[in-house]
Design a protein around this ligand. Sequence first.
Ligand SMILES: [Zn+2]
Length: 257
Amino acid sequence: MWRKLRIAILLLILGIAAWSNFYDRLSTTDWDETLYVGIFPIDEADNETAREYIHGLENNQVAGIEEFLNSEARRNGVAIARPFSIELYPPVTEPPPMRAADGNVFQDMWWSLKLRLYARRAVRASGRPPPQIRIFVIYHDPTFNRSVPHSVGMQKGLVGVVHAFAHRGMTRTNNVVIAHEILHTLGASDKYDAETLAPLFPIGFAEPDLDPLYPQSLAEIMAGRYAIDSRTFEMPESLDEVLVGPATALEIRWTHL
Ligand SMILES: [Zn+2]
């Protein structure tokens, strides 16, 4: 009797989780009403200049992301006036839980659960209406951190963690990374080779039909880089040099087969 009850409860929990993931996926990719994305800056820097940057961030610094995603959505046939609304939330002091670099499946599941709870707490603490997608942006001090950990965006839980640089000159490249992670939360996959960082051909190329093929001058958002030649890849300087390719548009259901 006990055993049956325990199994029933477990199945119920799994069922709720599966239903909620399924519901999230449908409700965020049906493109019939505005999708709300909240950007939560996190103050990880321990110097004054960086802190000033983080606390001086304004909505117009993330406005470029909304403009980019909305114009790409329109180009891909999304008909509503404002597919994305992207808003900056006040800085959060508690950093998100970190993923173990070489964690096993269970550690990863535990981390993703903790991240969801963290996101819910942070939204509640802001006292503002909850966005559907929560992106936490950890701003590092560029003078001390030449490289930062990998950013992540998860469709399960609709949460992203972005590592960015607290510097005015980096705002536009930060926005490229934030847009990339937002699209991960909507189900887009990476389109570059994990070892060489080369954009995958043709799906990771912004202009795969260009003749000659090189140099490319625009990047596909989920490839993250564009190819100057077959072994040189550049990161775009801003979203002006980026587009959403047909494979990504299909994954996030802007288009259909
Ligand atoms: Zn990615």
